[in-house]
Write a protein that binds this ligand. Structure first.
Ligand SMILES: Cc1cc2nc3c(=O)[nH]c(=O)nc-3n(C[C@H](O)[C@H](O)[C@H](O)COP(=O)(O)O)c2cc1C
Length: 208
């Protein structure tokens, strides 16, 4: 596949690739992805995030996540969870994306005109942009990624990474590697349904 680096191409080529094959990801690639992420916008440039990249301790980490996931699902089916984990196990690097609640709380304290809920919402918007930046940067580097939410396993992950919890909340986990197989695009709503020009227009009725 030609590695066209245009934004047009990256936007269309990015997929949720949940089964990745091992690949050694060099320091320069990791640094480039992080540098692109660093320029993500955030409300008042608050940058309420921290990213932990794991490459060396992945086997141990996946085992810890699996143990926490099995415990959280005691008595309930685990197959879907284990299949997902097995797909991620090939990753050459995993980006753990955290919201830094201390930064958000400081912004809540110093912002008089917006509610705490609004300020928190802005922080979540910024985290979403950060994750998208990491995702596109990974694709730009010829790699594939996905975004997973390990809610029941969050505390176990924080313990493993030695990151203070609950100051830092795990927003997303992004395993990066080589695609194990091609993923068909899941499709999108048509443009005329999601956008209007000059004023809102309801989508044209489909004739029966
Ligand atoms: C906010 C958000 C949360 C997501 N959470 C998960 C998740 O927990 N597990 C997962 O496998 N995919 C997750 N995804 C990926 C979506 O399922 C995926 O982006 C969507 O189906 C479109 O597919 P595409 O990414 O290949 O275009 C998430 C995506 C977003 C933006």
């Amino acid at each position: 596949m030609p590695n066209d680096h245009s934004l047009w191409d990256l936007a269309h080529r990015r997929r949720s690739v949940r089964q990745v094959l091992p690949v050694e990801i060099p320091d320069e690639t990791i640094e480039r992805i992080l540098e692109i992420a660093r320029w993500t916008p955030s409300s008042y440039n608050s940058q309420p995030w921290h990213i932990v990249v794991v490459r060396e301790r992945l086997a141990e980490l996946w085992d810890a996540i699996e143990a926490a996931g099995r415990q959280a699902r005691a008595g309930r089916p685990v197959e879907h969870f284990i299949n997902r984990l097995n797909g991620y196990r090939g990753a050459g690097a995993v980006f753990f994306v955290f919201l830094d609640r201390a930064v958000v709380e400081e912004q809540v304290r110093t912002t008089s005109y917006a509610s705490a809920q609004r300020v928190e919402g802005w922080a979540l918007e910024a985290l979403g942009m950060l994750q998208f930046a990491i995702w596109l940067a990974a694709v730009d580097a010829g790699l594939a990624a996905s975004l997973h939410h390990f809610d029941s396993e969050e505390e176990a992950i924080c313990r493993f990474l030695e990151i203070p919890y609950p100051r830092f909340r795990l927003m997303g986990t992004m395993p990066v590697g080589l695609p194990a197989h091609e993923v068909a695009p899941p499709g999108r709503r048509p443009l005329e349904e999601i956008a209007s020009f000059e004023r809102w227009q309801p989508p044209a009725e489909s004739t029966p």
